[in-house]
Design a protein. Structure first.
Length: 452
């Protein structure tokens, strides 16, 4: 179970006020230090200068930079399990405390911390080892069956298609499994989580753990925040939400006809994200940051895949074609599974909302069923996942009633849709956003014409 959080934050004590080593700071003073070369954050009333630490941060520097000058208490509680270990690193960066008058958190944050403690006491942060063991075994079995079908039945269209679907399912389910370890939600030890995550991502999937950590934790830190969440910051291809399209339209920005984006989404979105864009981005991250061991372990996947499938399929090019189609199928699986909970939701610039409010306006759920849980990797419970990133996913459904009760108390929206409605909302929201951009563009044209 994750350690309990402090019951209260008393702010600067009289002793600390008279101490020369501890500064008593206002939140306004802290908010001025939000640049990469001058980076302060607040956690439980303590103020830390994390400028130097950000370069060593396991989740990448940008996660800390996104919270520069802000209170990062809930983000800290949500992302870390072994807090005693983390505090050993943090204490050398402490530079002060928030003054007593400003130390009290808003009621919604205090209640959320209490909710987290309640769920911890109920055991919802404990892992069911058999669940993850079964998940690992079933994806190994699927890949083994893919090889078996090609070896035993040959490369006729039927065994070839069955093998393709099995291998694609194994890769997609491997994606959900690495996601669990990447969020430190399986093992009690962060070290073991990171080690197994590294093995699954690099060796079993041919991606990069460093790339995933850097990218994905930004998404969780500031979901659906333009320029801070890399999952939605894709302005040259798609414009999302209600705010950014209008801004771009008024300034006549853009390279594509975004009012048609709900149509070309089916060409440039799901089919190309993994097989094209992610491949280039991963290589770029590895080479730019000189992660040579990542490069070696990632290449080991491609060597294994070649020696595993090329002899059965008839050489390099048939196996390359097979691999590419696996990624195309997996890409559709991944995009539709993840974006149903984000693309239709609020997307805007950073308004510096509290953790709870930001997570809830940026995520929604899809109805539960055994098939939905398996296919979506339990990300049909995105609200619970975003509020409690280190919670094992097999416990999301147990946490949901408590989260609903919390949302009702604080008048916060808890969205839960039928699965196929959630799927349909993705192109529907793209169409709305594209129309907003086109209308703003035409209005800008009309205004200029009137001025002329």
């Amino acid at each position: 179970m994750a350690p309990r959080v402090p019951e209260e934050d008393p702010g600067c004590s009289d002793k600390e006020i008279n101490s020369k080593s501890v500064q008593c700071l206002t939140r306004e003073e802290v908010s001025k230090h939000k640049k990469p070369d001058d980076l302060w954050i607040t956690i439980h009333g303590d103020v830390f200068n994390v400028t130097a630490w950000s370069k060593k941060h396991p989740g990448g520097p940008k996660v800390l930079q996104h919270y520069g000058g802000e209170d990062a208490t809930i983000a800290y509680e949500s992302f870390h399990n072994q807090k005693e270990l983390v505090q050993r690193y943090m204490k050398v960066y402490k530079i002060g405390r928030i003054v007593e008058d400003e130390s009290k958190q808003p009621e919604v944050i205090e209640d959320f911390l209490e909710l987290r403690k309640e769920l911890e006491l109920k055991g919802l942060f404990r892992t069911n080892v058999l669940f993850y063991l079964a998940h690992f075994v079933h994806l190994i079995v699927m890949e083994a069956l893919a090889v078996f079908f090609l070896w035993y039945f040959g490369t006729g269209w039927l065994p070839w298609t069955v093998a393709l679907l099995l291998a694609s399912a194994a890769q997609a389910q491997g994606g959900w499994l690495q996601h669990d370890f990447g969020h430190l939600s399986v093992c009690q030890s962060s070290k073991w989580n990171h080690t197994i995550h590294y093995f699954i991502v690099n060796v079993m999937k041919g991606a990069s753990a460093y790339w995933w950590n850097t990218r994905h934790f930004q998404h969780h830190a500031k979901p659906n925040v333009y320029l801070k969440d890399p999952d939605i910051t894709i302005p040259y291809v798609f414009l999302l939400g209600d705010v950014i399209p209008v801004k771009w339209g008024k300034k006549k920005w853009g390279k594509l006809p975004y009012h048609w984006q709900h149509k070309y989404f089916y060409i440039l979105g799901p089919p190309l994200l993994l097989p094209i864009y992610f491949h280039f981005e991963i290589v770029y991250y590895i080479l730019r940051n000189k992660k040579w061991m990542e490069l070696f372990t990632t290449l080991s996947f491609y060597l294994r895949f070649h020696f595993q499938f090329a002899p059965l399929l008839g050489g390099f090019w048939p196996s390359f074609y097979f691999y590419f189609l696996i990624r195309v199928i997996e890409s559709h699986w991944f995009v539709w599974s993840t974006q149903i909970s984000h693309v239709p939701m609020n997307i805007d610039l950073d308004k510096r909302r509290d953790w709870v409010s930001q997570q809830l306006i940026a995520t929604c759920n899809a109805h539960q069923s055994f098939l939905a849980d398996w296919f979506l990797g339990h990300l049909n419970f995105q609200i619970e996942h975003h509020l409690f990133p280190t919670m094992p996913r097999h416990n999301f459904w147990k946490a949901a009633p408590y989260v609903k009760r919390f949302c009702k108390k604080h008048n916060l929206t808890y969205q839960n849709k039928p699965v196929f409605t959630a799927f349909a909302d993705v192109p529907r929201s793209l169409k709305v956003s594209g129309k907003l951009w086109n209308d703003a563009w035409r209005e800008a044209d009309l205004s200029r014409t009137k001025k002329d």
